[in-house]
Design a protein around this ligand. Sequence first.
Ligand code: VGL
Ligand code: ZN
Length: 213
Amino acid sequence: MTDRFVPAETDMLVLVDIQRDFCPGGALAVPDGDAVVPVANRLARRFAHVILTQDWHAPGHRSFASAHPGRVPFEAVAMPYGTQVLWPDHCVQGTEGAEFHPGLDVPMAQAVIRKGFRPEIDSYSAFSENDGRTPTGLAGLLRERGVRRCVFAGLALDFCVAFSAEDAVRCGFEALVVEDGCRAIDTGGSLASARARLATAGVRLIRSDGIGD
Ligand code: VGL
Ligand code: ZN
């Protein structure tokens, strides 16, 4: 049993990081990641407002294990702004891996928020970078457009989707996550931790078949 959810004029669908590198065959492939593509395409047609986020790293980005001699991907290290998981090189600006998944069909998307472009700092959330205080500008964009509620789907549930949804609440928006429109990386307990944080933040998880009109 899922409660119905009816999209309103003041809702924004935020499709997170549905990019080649997060899908099977990509540099940081999320298991079954491309399964979110048809869900995202369907969802996009139910909302008056849709935006995309795009992970967009400078070459040699500090979140890459390759920038830390002796370290390997999925290890956690201390960075000036806190603990950071190290990743394989992924979503490098201008590369094929950074492109949106070729099956993503959302020509109605109104904006693309690129994040993680500063070489020294990672950005999971679509609202602010991992230091928790450098804004991306998304909150201002949403406020200026009269958006009150954000509905998230995309990759990965336990990183960019969860951090974005939590931050949405922090910025004063209501936030929901379409669970079947997401897939997770699940490294080092990240999925359990993300679920707990989402529950604490009051982010509702819904299913795409519960979205009506
Ligand atoms: C992501 C790890 C590194 C994500 C981005 O989109 O969830 N995860 N960069
Ligand atoms: Zn990244």
